[in-house]
Design a protein around this ligand. Structure first.
Ligand code: HEC
Ligand code: HEC
Ligand code: HEC
Ligand code: HEC
Ligand code: HEC
Length: 492
């Protein structure tokens, strides 16, 4: 920076500092006021007659039905089958269609990992425990932490931690899936995501319960990553950071309408080698997460890796449904439009206004999900979504072709006896290309949650895959593989 800064510069800076502090205080004040007002409104809205006393251990949604019959009936509808062009699921009623059969490049990419055995379409919340219990991925040993996002698991965490849920959660990764699942059934909590997972049982306030999410949000807040879609973190950072950021205490009510979903619809690592982890210490972008995993170590000190590719030997990362993260990069998040606005829009039932607890694709419901804000016709809104998704789909398929070409090139080079060391760079590029491709393939909106960001990620993926092929060619012709092609240039 400039070494000859004038006094005026310092004065301006000092004045700016004071101004920033004032603005921050004012913002905190306004936020507090808004939260207060919206809480009051909500209290009025939630002024139901309560006949049943509900506690933290009431994981059975049927018990909540007495006082909240409308939400319960809607919630039960998540068992109905739905499908759109890219959403919901194809396949039979018994089991959704295999993604790895529809897109064979997925299977090729996952060789050496359980996802190459069984990887299906998602479906409604009612099935989450059933589908997990029945996946063939469980033929490989899986950790008890899998249940974090597939069952109403909090009472079990408290039991395992002698009353301390965080401590109990810490235990689960060391236990097998079968052990923890058996205990869940034994205790009577074998329900899919339930009312108590998103609502405080006495006040019905929306809240989050999942330890991995609570911890990762604290780490994210403590970072200096930009989070323009998460105003409460900005406020917390500007108002002294006196205590660690606590998502239940510090977030706004509007943010909570996305955070309840962020408990599960996120990228994660889950195995017996470390506690369930969300990679948010550097921020929420695909590059931030990649950096997190690149730096991560297992508890025994060895380098972090999801799996070794069976054909190429590349040490690769597996991405999981980063809906929350991708949403964060989009215009809707930035405008304060949350998951619940589109996936649980308000509706009228008789004289009551309720949130649609039939969580599903908003395309089945454009009228309530979109047209409250967008004045275009229903068919026009559908066409806008389709235009985004079609373009994303095309790029995704190009990415699939590119990754298969790279894998094949490495396989052929190995068969031709090319020195293994010379293929290191190509394998590193496979890791980077595959991480990005998988990230957008695993994200369930087909690009809609942040179209430009999804295209940026797929563009980088295709570039890395083709760079990898060039690297293989160089290895085959004995050329120097060290030549810099700026493989880092797109990481920011
Ligand atoms: C502005 C509206 C909007 C917001 C906000 C939004 N989504 Fe979506 N979401 C969509 C649309 C549109 C699709 C594509 C649906 C389809 O293809 O049928 C989608 C797809 C999905 C899917 C796959 C749905 C299916 O039927 O397979 C999931 C899961 C999802 N979103 C979760 C989330 C989560 C979690 C958040 C918040 C972090 C969120 N969405 C925020 C509009 C939204
Ligand atoms: C406890 C974890 C958890 C929470 C919390 C959660 N989900 Fe899900 N969600 C899942 C799982 C698991 C599935 C897939 C179930 C299956 O395929 O059996 C799923 C499926 C979905 C689908 C696909 C539905 C369909 O019909 O295909 C949508 C849409 C969705 N979730 C949106 C949301 C939104 C929006 C929120 C927040 C209001 C949310 N989820 C909260 C775990 C969760
Ligand atoms: C951080 C939350 C989270 C954890 C931990 C988690 N899941 Fe899921 N799982 C989800 C969500 C969200 C979906 C729905 C979105 C999708 O299918 O992409 C899902 C979908 C699934 C599905 C249905 C679709 C498919 O992939 O075939 C299966 C089966 C499944 N998970 C098994 C597991 C297993 C086994 C583990 C442990 C290794 C696990 N899950 C851990 C959140 C989680
Ligand atoms: C995945 C999270 C999730 C689950 C599970 C869930 N809810 Fe909700 N619920 C929400 C969200 C988000 C809102 C909107 C809160 C807000 O904006 O203040 C809401 C709102 C409500 C409200 C306030 C009135 C309304 O409809 O807006 C009631 C009452 C309610 N839920 C009851 C239930 C009951 C009963 C169950 C179980 C059958 C349940 N909820 C399950 C997320 C959830
Ligand atoms: C609560 C209000 C709200 C809801 C609900 C909502 N949107 Fe939006 N949408 C916005 C805002 C705000 C923008 C940003 C542009 C602006 O400021 O005019 C936007 C932008 C968009 C864009 C342009 C995206 C881009 O990247 O430039 C599309 C497409 C869109 N919305 C589609 C939808 C669809 C489809 C739904 C329903 C699934 C939906 N929106 C629901 C408020 C909303």
């Amino acid at each position: 920076m400039n070494e000859t800064r004038s006094n005026a510069w310092y004065q301006t800076r000092a004045a700016f500092g004071v101004l920033t502090a004032l603005v921050a205080l004012a913002a905190a004040g306004v936020t507090a006021l808004l939260m207060n007002v919206s809480e009051r409104k909500a209290e009025r809205r939630m002024g139901y007659a309560r006949t049943v006393s509900l506690t933290e251990d009431d994981t059975d949604p049927a018990k909540w039905a007495t006082d909240f019959p409308i939400q319960y009936d809607l919630y039960k509808k998540t068992a109905l089958r739905t499908a759109t062009r890219f959403g919901g699921h194809a396949g039979s009623e018994a089991l959704p269609e295999e993604k790895i059969e529809r897109d064979p490049w997925l299977e090729r990419m996952f060789r050496g990992y359980a996802f190459s055995i069984d990887y299906r379409d998602r479906r409604g919340h009612a099935y989450m425990l059933h589908d997990q219990e029945n996946t063939k991925r469980l033929t490989k040993p899986q950790s008890g932490s899998c249940l974090h996002c597939h069952a109403s698991v909090m009472p079990l965490y408290r039991e395992l931690g002698d009353g301390d849920a965080m401590a109990g959660f810490e235990e689960t990764y060391k236990l097998s899936y079968q052990e923890v699942n058996a205990k869940l059934h034994e205790m009577g909590h074998a329900h899919p995501v339930s009312c108590v997972d998103c609502h405080e049982p006495t006040t019905m306030e929306p809240r989050v319960t999942r330890p991995a999410f609570i911890r990762a949000m604290t780490e994210l807040a403590a970072s200096d990553a930009e989070v323009p879609a998460l105003p409460s973190i900005e406020v917390w950072r500007k108002t002294g950071k006196k205590r660690p950021y606590d998502v239940n205490r510090d977030s706004t009510r509007n943010e909570m309408r996305a955070f309840v979903c962020g408990q599960c619809h996120v990228e994660y690592y889950c195995s017996s080698k470390m506690p369930l982890t969300f990679p948010w210490r550097n921020g929420l972008t695909v590059d931030d997460a990649e950096r997190f995993w690149d730096e991560a170590k297992f508890e025994d000190g060895s380098e972090f890796v999801d799996y070794t590719h069976a054909e190429t030997g590349a040490k690769v990362l597996k991405a999981q449904h980063p809906e929350f993260e991708l949403w964060n990069q989009g215009i809707h998040a930035r405008s304060g439009v949350t998951c619940a606005d589109c996936h649980m829009p308000y509706m009228r039932v008789g004289a009551t206004k309720v949130s649609d607890h039939w969580v599903r694709s908003p395309l089945l419901n454009i009228n309530r999900a979109c047209q409250t804000c967008h004045k275009a016709s229903e068919s026009e809104m559908a066409a806008r979504v389709d235009a985004i998704q079609s373009k994303n789909y095309e790029l995704l398929q190009r990415g699939g072709a590119a990754i298969v070409d790279l894998i094949q090139a490495i396989v052929d080079a190995k068969a031709a006896g090319v020195d293994d060391g010379a293929l290191e760079e190509a394998r590193a590029l496979q890791r980077r290309a595959q991480w990005r491709l998988d990230y957008i393939a695993a994200e369930n909106s087909m690009g809609f949650h942040a179209p430009q960001e999804a295209a940026r990620i797929l563009g980088a993926s295709i570039d890395f895959a083709r760079q990898g092929e060039v690297s293989v060619l160089e290895a085959r012709h004995g050329a120097s593989a060290a030549k810099s092609r700026g493989s880092d240039s797109s990481s920011r």
